[in-house]
Design a protein around this ligand. Structure first.
Ligand code: AMP
Length: 304
């Protein structure tokens, strides 16, 4: 397997000031896998759902060549559920509830043929589970991880332990401040780099993303979208595009990490155009390429 994806698979209830949806398929691993499947057809997914999770979504993952031998479907149990409400600016949200359900006693078992995956993408999930995954894999080339306020607040020490084994941490601005206990984002990024990761990517919603590595900083804008429907999963879709591009090209040079940030930003910009996974399940490679090229156009300028 080229890319191992581990994370939550969820039924999300989402409310924006303009519309709402109830129990739509989501979760970090679902967004990451769909997004990465545009870049590589060698993805292994490890996760857990109850038997209330829609079968058509599982079938769609199979059609996308996502290997599901690490997906546990527990009869008679409920899938993880999350509900969030966006404020008027669509950039800030509050969690209404988190129901761990099947995740409460999930013990991720990595199938043997996933253990030598070169690229690992640990979606937002309990950092203890992230570490359990890392303890089972054999010297991956790159470990990419995401986390969330829920875990930073409840499992901070465990998160710090996991970070020692992560190469690329992808977090949003609020999470970076919370982990580093530092209001300035650049200082927060530098502090996170001292906790283990070689690279930190700080996502700033509609204000783009910043990649920090050693002394270099690369700043990418977000693609300008006028009709944002639902930002849920944009961060995970970014991570899927980022990881997918690196797994496809097998090149972790700084130059290629920058390209991966743009691929991540390009595919995440589609995610917000509709609720849940609705938009990202309908893309073509050409759609992604077009938006990738639009970033070049949007950011290039003459020095004199
Ligand atoms: P994002 O908008 O990219 O930050 O990710 C939103 C996704 O994260 C939703 O689909 C949720 O189901 C999932 N999620 C929310 N809270 C948690 C949590 N505590 N652990 C794992 N996944 C979560």
């Amino acid at each position: 397997m080229n890319l191992l994806v581990v994370g939550s698979i969820a039924l999300d209830t989402i409310e924006t000031p303009f519309a709402s949806v109830s129990e739509t398929p989501g979760g970090s691993a679902l967004y990451i896998s769909i997004s990465a499947s545009y870049f590589t057809d060698s993805i292994g997914l490890v996760g857990i759902v109850g038997d209330d999770f829609p079968k058509d979504v599982i079938d769609e993952l199979k059609q996308r060549n996502v290997n599901l031998s690490g997906l546990k479907i527990v009869p008679g149990e409920r899938t993880f559920r999350w509900a969030g409400k966006y404020h008027y600016d669509m950039n800030t949200r509050e969690t209404i509830y988190t129901q761990l359900n099947v995740f409460s006693d999930f013990d991720p078992i990595i199938p043997d043929h996933f253990k030598s995956s070169k690229y690992i993408c640990l979606g937002n999930i309990d950092p203890v589970l992230q570490m359990k995954v890392l303890n089972q894999v054999r010297s991956p080339k790159l470990v990419i991880a995401d986390t969330m306020n829920f875990w930073i607040e409840r499992k901070f020490d465990e998160l710090l332990e996991t970070l020692k084994h992560v190469n690329v941490l992808i977090v949003n601005d609020a999470e970076a401040r919370q982990i580093a206990r530092e209001p300035n984002l650049i200082k927060a990024g530098r502090k996170i780099l001292k906790l283990g990761p070689d690279v930190v990517i700080i996502k700033k919603g509609e204000h783009g993303a910043v990649l920090m590595i050693d002394n270099a900083i690369f700043s990418a804008p977000a693609y300008p979208i006028e009709a944002i429907q639902d930002p849920t999963g944009a961060g995970d879709t970014f991570a899927g595009g980022f990881a997918g591009w690196l797994a496809r090209t097998d090149d972790v040079s700084e130059k290629n990490l920058r390209r991966a940030v743009i691929y991540g930003s390009a595919i995440a910009s589609f995610c917000v155009e509709d609720f849940g996974i609705n938009r990202i399940r309908k893309l073509s490679w050409e759609d992604i390429q077009k938006r990738f090229r639009a970033f070049k156009e949007m950011t290039s300028f003459e020095v004199d």
